[in-house]
Design a protein around this ligand. Structure first.
Ligand code: GBH
Length: 459
């Protein structure tokens, strides 16, 4: 009998897909060009005090004009997949009605340039830039927004489904509903726990409805979605803290992906007798929101500590644990996030219990290190290389242990607008000089990643 080949950490299966990611509001700029409408981020960034240094995405990396440079960067890094997002407001400026052809044309040009370069386009339809007009009509807490999203998804499938096979519906349902509608630190800046839960249900409905709309256009399209997940670690061994961690795992890691896949919410988050009322869940919503996603996108950055706090939530009958993001005494990134590669392995194993044999793509993983060019113009960012190496090694072990991950996207292809932190946090493999015509320079980490993608193993 042939001896099984010994596993070498940091090696990847043949055909593994190497890529990088960005999102429309974070890179495109051109906030009001060619008929684009106003999004909630266009509006929110103008509210004094919301964004560090008063930064906005009005110009950002100017990718609306420099997308060919972006494609050249991907090519120079030997990458075979580009995860970007499409701005709803370029397609439907106020969120309803017929498509704005000039907006479609932009994504068509980008798609053609990628295909020409041998790079797979992987668009995300919603990376947080809701048309302001839809927010004015109630936003995600309002059920109608799911139908609006399905109409937009239908337009995109018709316009680009001939050239784009793989699509993500949403980016990080948890992050944008929680921080946008409950904590108020992101657009649209609401602080309303009841609105948050309603928003989660509308977003889950939008998954089911968008999925079905796109499959109706073309059943061969592969439709997935991107979920932000994080291991929820009990802060002590006490039964109460362990139960609090289980609760947060349901609310943070399962509330979106499990609900969409099965049509039912995890039990034990909302009071059972009031759940339907709190969510606005109508009879047959189970069928409406259910979608047998073709692939699962996973974003991983760090882990979360949980302790039992019995905090009033603002939702009657719901008490909450306390959580701490990115805790621990390991080295931190410049954003203050704890570096914990084992958490990547752990959360992949955990999610596989829910997502089963569906293919997984890592749609984001990366670190902020805010170094700039030295006197020669080179950008030395060894700590980012170390972050990537640690996480890719952990990923290779998860794959070896049976988690069906088929691709990986570094966050990010280039430095960009980091939401409430503005331009202060640099996640890029490429340096962007925001004061000098958005000039792009590949960092040491980008050069290293290019070698990894070529060799199909960490180095
Ligand atoms: C992703 O967000 C985004 O998809 C991307 O646009 C962004 O640039 C990138 O990561 C880097 O930030 O509420 O205390 O649990 C990740 C955002 C970070 C949001 C961790 C939730 C947990 C804080 N998430 N955060 S807490």
């Amino acid at each position: 009998a042939k001896k099984a080949k010994k596993f070498v950490e940091g090696t990847f299966p043949e055909g593994f897909i190497w890529g990088a990611a960005t999102a429309a509001y974070q890179v495109e700029g051109a906030w009001n060009e060619d008929g684009k409408g106003e999004s909630i981020w266009d509006r929110f960034t103008l509210v004094p005090g919301k964004i560090l240094n008063g930064d906005t995405g009005r110009v950002a990396c100017d990718s609306y004009h420099k997308y060919l440079e972006d494609v050249a960067l991907l090519k120079a890094m030997n990458l075979k997949s580009y995860r970007f997002s499409t701005a709803w407001t370029r397609i439907q400026p106020d969120g309803t009605g017929p498509a704005n052809q000039k907006g479609l044309d932009y994504y068509s040009r980008l798609t053609d340039a990628l295909l020409e370069a041998g790079i797979r386009p992987l668009p995300t339809l919603y990376h947080w830039d809701l048309p302001q007009e839809l927010e004015d009509r109630g936003g995600w807490p309002v059920r109608d927004t799911a139908q609006r999203f399905a109409d937009y998804a239908d337009i995109m499938a018709r316009a680009l489904g001939d050239r784009i096979e793989n699509w993500s519906l949403f980016n990080e349902s948890k992050a944008f509903t929680q921080i946008g509608y409950w904590q108020g630190a992101w657009a649209p800046g609401r602080k309303d726990p009841l609105a948050f839960f309603k928003a989660t249900h509308t977003v889950n409905l939008a998954h089911g409805m968008g999925f079905k709309a796109m499959k109706a256009v073309n059943p061969k399209l592969k439709i997935g979605s991107v979920f932000d997940v994080s291991p929820q670690i009990a802060s002590t061994e006490s039964e109460a803290d362990k139960a609090a961690a289980v609760f947060m795992d349901k609310l943070s890691n399962l509330w979106f992906v499990q609900s969409v896949l099965t049509g039912a919410y995890p039990e034990g988050v909302l009071p059972a007798d009031r759940q339907n009322e709190l969510l606005g869940f109508l009879p047959s919503d189970d069928k409406l929101m259910q979608a047998d996603l073709d692939f699962i996108g996973i974003n991983y950055y760090s882990r979360t500590r949980v302790w039992d706090a019995q905090k009033p939530s603002g939702v009657p009958g719901l008490l909450l644990p306390d959580t701490e993001w990115a805790f621990g005494d390991h080295e931190k990134t410049d954003f203050g996030w704890d570096i914990y590669p084992q958490g990547f392995y752990d959360i992949l194993k955990r999610m596989q219990a829910v997502t089963g044999s569906r293919p997984i793509e890592i749609t984001e993983n990366g670190a902020a290190y805010n170094v700039g060019p030295d006197a020669t113009g080179a950008i030395h960012d060894p700590k980012r290389i170390a972050y990537y190496k640690g996480h890719l090694d952990a990923l290779s072990r998860a794959i070896h242990d049976g988690v069906p991950v088929r691709g990986y996207h570094a966050w990010s292809l280039m430095d960009n607008f980091e939401w409430a932190a503005g331009y202060s946090q640099r996640f890029g493999l490429t340096y962007v000089d925001f004061a000098n015509d958005q000039k792009r320079t590949i960092k040491d980490s980008g050069k290293w990643y290019a070698q990894v993608a070529k060799a199909n193993r960490t180095i």
